[in-house]
Design a protein around this ligand. Sequence first.
Ligand SMILES: O=P(O)(O)OP(=O)(O)OP(=O)(O)OC[C@H]1O[C@@H](n2cnc3c(O)ncnc32)[C@H](O)[C@@H]1O
Ligand SMILES: [Mg+2]
Length: 203
Amino acid sequence: MKEVIIATKNPGKAREFEHIFSPRGIAVKTLLDFPEFPEVEETGSTFEENAVLKAEAVSKALHKMVIGDDSGLMIDALEGRPGIYSARYAGEPKNDEKNIDKVLTELNGVPEENRTARFYCALAVAVPGQETFTVAGTCEGRILEERRGTNGFGYDPIFLVPDKGASMAELSSDDKNKISHRANALKKLDEVLDSLLERADNS
Ligand SMILES: O=P(O)(O)OP(=O)(O)OP(=O)(O)OC[C@H]1O[C@@H](n2cnc3c(O)ncnc32)[C@H](O)[C@@H]1O
Ligand SMILES: [Mg+2]
């Protein structure tokens, strides 16, 4: 079976990649399968730079093709914050509930029409001996005034997907994986991924 390695320790991301890849007969491994591997320091100033750091660190260690995912929430009324600091917006250790509380507090009193936001996902593909490249995807929405739904992870409970009239956390994983920033980024890899997996001999 073909296998793709994702340089993430986030169980929510891991589930989504598995959900998207397994119907295509591609098994997913993540850093949750390599618990001894240290978390990669995210010192870049863009999602793309951080995705490359993650992908290359793990690819160099394992000598295999690896995909890195750096993603987050950009809120217009907060000038794009939390952005690349999404995971640790409320400080260390990272905590989804505290991050949501901080965003809701900062947006207190901001009217619905000014609560526009987008999720952003940069994916970096590192292949031994080749130049690393990146793709990105977004998903447009609005920040709710309170949590709705329990699916997904991270900021999903406060992210309204206007077309669906539901928060991201109220969508089934099938539905989220059709429209999410991560799914939109992965679509851009569709054409190259199969041949990369064969050439990289990740089987
Ligand atoms: O670096 P890795 O190990 O992949 O895991 P991480 O959780 O630290 O991941 P990031 O550095 O990319 O930070 C992304 C944060 O943005 C948020 N996020 C990203 N994708 C999301 C999604 O699909 N739904 C909700 N929140 C998301 C969530 O809070 C994540 O912790
Ligand atoms: Mg991280």
